[in-house]
Design a protein around this ligand. Structure first.
Ligand SMILES: Nc1ncnc2c1ncn2[C@@H]1O[C@H](COP(=O)(O)OP(=O)(O)OP(=O)(O)O)[C@@H](O)[C@H]1O
Ligand SMILES: [Mg+2]
Length: 341
């Protein structure tokens, strides 16, 4: 499958000041997003997710490494962005405009004219058509976020970048938003999203990467990630005499037991169950939740950093102030500065 986003050795260091240490927000990030993916970029606060997204979009110049978006280096103003959309983490809206004026304004930023029916469809899709005349100063946080989502759909994007898209949305619109993303994805849009809402990521993403302190600590197919490390079956069966001690019954009714069994015991369990006249209703491998995997991996990272600190090795240690910065922080919105590294 073709790569939509290829990231290799991506590093971003923000220069320190007299009063602030320099920060290495990304420390050599590698991964690849394929066409058709719904890719979740996860990580704790400050992990580097938004910085990474700015680099993917050419809004920040990397200190080192390379980013290829649809095979090209992303540059502001490039024709590449006619079919790419981005919903920032904290969008700043032109508050003096109405909902529909704002949408028309965003549409005007594309070189390719966007037909009015697309704006209409986007407003309908996020349930904002009835609020089209409302001035943004009067819109709630969630309404503005819906407008942001609508704005990210108007160019019918091939690649959609979303930074914390469900912030401030109520559960009903979160569900509708999920459906919108899945529908767009079925129609061919590749989605790359930053999120803290792991349950949501688990529901829609097929691939994820976890960033921690600027490094990718886990990357792969979600299904695979949730299977690894689990070694247990969830069983539903009828009650039977002398269940083996390895079978932990968690719920009992007169007609049904629900329980867990270590993976290695499954064949013997089924043999015993049927020999004793029991019936197996359901048996499935217990996947881990993304939250379990996430917390475990991030904690492992913390422990490693602490070990390194005790041993006095440099891995994981922050940059001391006064180190030579390898990259500048360009203004978001364009810089003429030459790339280094
Ligand atoms: N313009 C900047 N100047 C200096 N440091 C910055 C700048 N932008 C981000 N950082 C630092 O880079 C690191 C990564 O920040 P980033 O915003 O990318 O994290 P994040 O994973 O998006 O966090 P969150 O989940 O809270 O949104 C943090 O330590 C942050 O303080
Ligand atoms: Mg962020």
């Amino acid at each position: 499958m073709t790569a939509v986003l290829e990231v290799e050795g991506l590093r971003k260091r923000f220069r320190g000041t007299l009063f602030r240490r320099s920060v290495e927000a990304l420390k050599g990030v590698d991964f690849c997003v394929r066409r058709g993916d719904i890719f979740g970029l996860l990580g704790p606060n400050g992990a580097g997710k938004s910085t990474a997204m700015y680099c993917f979009l050419g809004l920040l110049r990397p200190t080192a490494g390379s980013v290829r978006l649809n095979g090209e280096r992303p540059e502001i103003g490039s024709a590449l962005f006619e079919k790419v959309a981005y919903l920032p983490e904290e969008p700043h809206y032109p508050l003096y405009l109405t909902v529909e004026e704002a949408l028309r304004y965003y549409a005007s930023l594309y070189d390719t004219p966007i037909p009015p029916h697309r704006l209409e469809a986007a407003l309908e899709e996020v349930g904002m058509a009835k609020w089209r005349k409302m001035r943004l100063t009067k819109c709630s946080k969630g309404m503005k976020q819906k407008l942001g989502i609508a704005a990210s759909l108007i160019n019918d994007p091939e690649v959609l970048f979303l930074d914390e898209p469900t912030r401030g949305l109520d559960p009903v619109i979160v569900k509708e938003f999920r459906d919108i993303l899945l529908k767009r994805n079925r129609r061919g849009t590749t989605v790359i999203l930053n999120s803290h809402v792991l349950s949501e990521v688990e529901m829609i993403c097929n691939r994820v990467a976890i960033l921690n302190k600027g490094e990718v600590i886990l990357d792969g197919e979600l299904e695979e990630i949730l299977r690894v490390g689990s070694n247990c079956y969830e069983i539903r069966c009828s009650p039977f005499t002398d269940p083996p001690p390895s079978f932990t019954v968690l719920q009992k009714t007169e007609t049904e037991w629900k329980g867990e069994l270590p993976a290695g015991e499954i064949e013997e369990f089924i043999h015993t169950l049927t020999a004793r006249g029991g019936t197996l209703f359901e048996c499935r491998f217990r996947k881990r939740t993304l939250e379990e995997v996430f917390v475990e991996r991030v904690r492992e990272g913390e422990e490693k950093t602490e070990e390194n600190a005790v041993l006095g090795t440099s891995a994981g240690a922050p940059f001391a102030s006064g180190t030579v910065d390898e990259g500048e922080e360009p203004a978001v919105g364009g810089s003429n500065e030459e790339e280094r590294g």
